[in-house]
Ligand binder design. Structure first.
Ligand code: AMP
Length: 439
């Protein structure tokens, strides 16, 4: 993987996060920050006020949690014996209890190697246990506005030491009528603080809020279009799980698919695909953790030299692969980690060559594709191959893929209908690589 490929430009290790934070990130299985994280983390670390235009699914929660945990542990507030005072230094306001719980979980996840205390504060549950936690001392409060005001009125919480305020999903908080509560809360907390505001949209009300609460904020945004055209084209093929192999065989009939890297989720899956392809007379080899180093090296050499046309690899094997001249990448299974998608499609389409990346999406993988699209801030075109799309053959009762995808942002990509003989021709379109290429 070369540095200039989309999504791979910056690794977490380059973001100057404390070792205990990086360790927790590694435990979570993340290797590369998402676009919003790449932009937001350095600014938040530097203490800047920030407006993050990003919605759920982009990795925004870690985008503010990671730098906050870093700043808290690298500047601890201790008593004379060197023990943490657990004063409230961070307040995160969210519109719903679900989001509050999610953000709390994020602090637990990324703060697992620290002694930071985080408490979620929301209505609908007993107030006493929350009062007790607050009085015992906490570093981070994640709250919905109404219940927090209850606690403030009872003087359960003191914000004298507050350093950071986060307004998460600010547009939703305003939609839900929380403006008066927000004003009352912000009036009670220190003026000199860092404020981070996240919002999926930027209506005038949110702008006004930002003007009132933030100081010289930097706006970061995901999904901004780049002028840099990418030569990679990609497409999603809706297909019932049990028909994936047949669709693959069909696509491999295209002569232009001369060097194809296929990713499967499991080792067994990789072996099964290879067996099936060989039965169909396609020269293929599997590469995964059960293969010896010698076997893997040989497979790679044969693939590079063109001796084998198809290499089938698992998620595990993908990181070390650096194969130039790949004509196509096929995600036989939708990658489990959204960032893996960007990684993989980055393997095709190097400078001079054009490359295509296809993702087979069964009904149970629709949500995952949507997560990937949100994370990239754009949609991926659908290609519907008659005879292979959901419901056309399998009797699968899944709703129409385009309809599902269209009910959420980003909107569904152009849905292309293709006859089997056009199946290898996804719509050309530009891929957003601006953020990923920033260094
Ligand atoms: P969020 O937008 O904060 O709701 O995050 C969406 C999902 O992406 C969550 O399930 C996170 O665990 C996951 N996630 C966050 N950051 C990364 C990353 N850098 N790489 C892979 N997954 C991530």
């Amino acid at each position: 993987m070369t540095e200039d490929q989309a999504g791979a430009g910056v690794s977490f290790a380059e973001l100057d996060l404390a070792p205990d934070v990086l360790k927790a990130v590694r435990d979570a299985g993340y290797t590369h920050p998402t676009p919003i994280q790449q932009q937001a983390i350095p600014l938040a670390l530097a203490g800047r006020d920030l407006i993050g235009l990003a919605q759920t699914g982009t990795g925004k929660t870690a985008g503010f949690t990671l730098p906050i945990v870093h700043n808290l542990i690298t500047n601890p507030v201790l008593d004379s014996a060197g023990k943490s005072l657990h004063r409230v230094r961070v307040l995160i306001l969210t519109p719903t209890r679900e989001l509050a719980a999610q953000v709390e979980e994020s602090f637990r996840k990324y703060g697992k190697y620290t002694d930071l205390r985080v408490v979620p504060i929301f209505g609908g549950v007993g107030i006493e246990p929350q009062s007790k936690s607050l009085r015992n001392g906490v570093d981070v409060v994640v709250a919905t506005p109404g219940r927090l005001l209850d606690h403030m009125e009872r003087q359960n919480v003191v914000f004298d030491d507050l350093e950071v305020l986060v307004l998460d999903e600010a547009d939703r908080m305003l939609d839900m009528g929380f403006a008066p509560q927000l004003n009352r809360i912000v009036d009670e907390i220190p003026k000199y603080r860092q404020t981070l505001l996240f919002s999926a949209t930027m209506p005038p009300e949110v702008e006004a809020l930002a003007r009132r609460y933030l100081r010289k904020p930097v706006v970061v945004q995901v999904g901004r279009r780049s002028e840099t055209a990418s030569t990679v084209t990609h497409a999603v093929y809706p297909v019932p799980r049990e028909r994936k192999t047949q669709l693959l065989v069909e696509l491999l009939k295209k002569p232009e698919m001369d060097s194809v890297l296929i990713f499967t989720r499991t080792k067994h899956g990789a072996d099964r695909v290879v067996r099936h392809l060989e039965q169909e007379g396609v020269n293929a080899t599997a590469m995964h953790a059960d293969k010896s180093q010698g076997e893997r090296t040989r497979a790679l050499e044969d693939f590079k030299s063109g001796k084998i046309r198809v290499l089938v690899a698992t998620d595990i094997a993908q990181r070390g692969l650096d194969v130039s001249g790949i004509s196509h990448v096929v995600n036989y299974d939708v990658p489990q980690q959204p960032e893996d998608y960007v990684h993989r499609i980055g393997r095709t389409g190097r400078a001079a060559a054009t490359g295509d990346a296809y993702t087979f999406m069964s009904t149970d993988e629709i949500a995952m594709v949507r997560t990937i699209e949100r994370m990239m801030g754009e949609s991926i075109p659908r290609i519907s191959v008659p005879g292979y799309d959901f419901g056309t053959e399998s009797g699968d009762a899944a709703p129409d893929a385009a309809a599902i995808i269209a009910d959420d942002t980003p909107p569904a990509g152009p849905s292309v209908s293709a006859s089997p003989d056009q199946a290898g021709k996804p719509k050309r379109y530009r891929r957003n690589v601006s953020v990923a290429r920033r260094r």
